[in-house]
Design a protein around this ligand. Structure first.
Ligand code: UD1
Length: 426
């Protein structure tokens, strides 16, 4: 738990330009992928956030040497000689399981603690396992540790995912690149971060085509053909979407830079449907709003559908929009905890299973609130910017997991926001 809280003074607005960091959900997997190229890979545009520190720890436990210089990470995996990832790390960050595929690819075996439940639903890993089994991996569970081995090596195959899981697609991809023969992944996740991962794997010597679509083809190469590389992480579409939500909430204009607008087509469509003007350039998006926010219905879906990671931020917009909106969460169970906190600030929301009915209110009131996960935390700080009075956001360790310098970036957009020691704030 963080020893700090974020204090936001309300009745305010956001305007200006903000640079988006590299995508958390890409950089974590790019770091894992570096296990496949024995030597030092350099990954640029890596955000300074706590999840990256945890992934660094995961790789260091395996024997990697990691050096950070600004936003570049040099990940030297030449001395990696272990294949165990303990529970204490997997329980801190579920994405630690993305070392499973590359460890199997490199060593033919892996010992990775099973991730436990998580605040946003059950988040199983059955699809990771079914897909890897099809490639020839055998699994046992030994006292909570998933023990993977490949008695007959990795063999290319056809895998049809039951659901386009991001993590399962990535783990499969990272094992399949060094399997013997060709692997086809059908119903693959299409998120831009998958394409980014495939681009890095290809720069390391892999032969992946179709990443970013639902059909990926991987022509296996020998492990010895994989080598280190230099790669730049794509911009973080969720961070960009969060600041755009901030602009839409306050009227803006807010422009986000360092992001391909194609990654956010559905979110941009919803911003326009809610009454915002959105302009785009090659690597920037600007939002502004002159009239009132209007209600809209949103369903979260795998990419290119509306991202679940922007659901809380858009629930905030719906909470102060004219009319009634319905938000349907299709990706994760139990991802409406944010609604309860927003209701403490005066929002009018009814939850029924995976639907939220949001009746827009004229304004929000500042209140003490708690981040329930990282996106909810970011959205609560935004809510504080427009609320009447002061909002104190607790459990900001969730925000630190995924947003680099969130308070600094918001301050530069004009927010009156500060990190304060929880002890001093009492
Ligand atoms: C990734 C992102 C997360 C994002 C999510 C969906 C990272 C580190 N995290 O998470 O921010 O919200 O994609 O865009 O990249 N499922 C199963 N069995 C499996 C795998 C998944 O039932 O084997 C279910 C999950 O419980 C969840 C849904 O499928 O309900 C989507 O999960 P998935 O796409 O795998 O998300 P993550 O990779 O965990």
């Amino acid at each position: 738990m963080s020893s700090e809280i974020i204090v936001v003074k309300g009745n305010n607005t956001l305007a200006g330009d903000v640079n988006v960091s590299g995508a958390k959900n890409s950089a974590l997997k790019l770091m894992a992928a570096s296990l496949l190229g024995q030597g030092a890979s350099t990954i640029h545009n890596v955000p300074v956030i706590s999840d990256i520190e945890i992934m660094s720890e995961v790789l260091e436990r395996l024997g990697a040497v990691i050096e950070r210089s600004g936003h570049s990470l040099r990940v030297d995996t030449s001395q990696v000689d272990r294949c165990e990832t303990p529970y204490e790390l997997v329980s801190k960050m579920r994405a630690s399981i993305s070392v499973l595929g590359p460890l199997i690819g490199r060593f033919g075996k892996a010992h990775v603690a099973m991730p436990g439940g998580c605040q946003i639903g059950a988040r199983k890993i059955d699809m990771h396992l079914v897909g890897l089994e099809a490639l020839g991996v055998e699994f046992d569970v030994d006292h909570g540790v998933l023990v993977a081995h490949t008695p007959n090596g990795l063999r290319g195959t056809h895998v049809m995912l039951e659901f386009p899981s991001v993590g399962a697609t990535e783990n499969l991809l990272m094992a399949a690149v060094v399997a013997e023969g060709t692997t086809f992944i059908e119903n693959a996740a299409c998120e831009p971060e998958i394409e980014d991962l495939a681009n890095m794997l290809n720069a390391m010597g892999a032969q992946v085509t179709g990443a970013g679509t639902s059909q990926i083809e991987v022509v296996g190469v020998p492990l010895s053909a994989m080598h280190p590389c230099e790669h730049t992480t794509v911009g973080d579409r969720i961070e960009a979407g969060t600041f755009l939500a901030g602009g839409a909430l306050t009227g803006g204009p807010v422009a986000v830079h360092g992001i391909d607008p194609a990654y956010l087509r559905m979110a941009i469509m919803k911003l326009r449907a809610m009454g915002c003007a959105v302009e785009t350039g090659a690597d920037w998006i600007r939002v502004s709003r002159a009239g009132d926010l209007t209600c809209t219905d949103i369903q979260t879906l795998p990419h290119p559908g509306f991202p679940t990671d922007l659901q809380a931020q858009f629930m905030l917009l719906a909470a102060v929009a004219e009319g009634t909106s319905v938000i349907t969460e299709n990706v994760f169970e139990n991802r409406f905890m944010f609604a309860a906190e927003l209701m403490r600030m005066g929002a009018d929301i009814t939850i029924d299973d995976h639907h939220a009915l949001i009746r827009g209110v004229a304004g929000l009131q500042g209140a003490p609130v708690s981040s329930t996960d990282l996106r909810a935390g970011a959205a609560l700080v935004l809510a504080g910017v427009v609320a009447d009075g002061e909002t104190r956001v607790h459990h900001i360790e969730h925000i630190d997991r995924g947003y680099e310098d969130y308070v600094g970036k918001l301050s530069r957009l004009g927010a009156d926001v500060a990190r304060v020691s929880a002890a001093d704030a009492r």
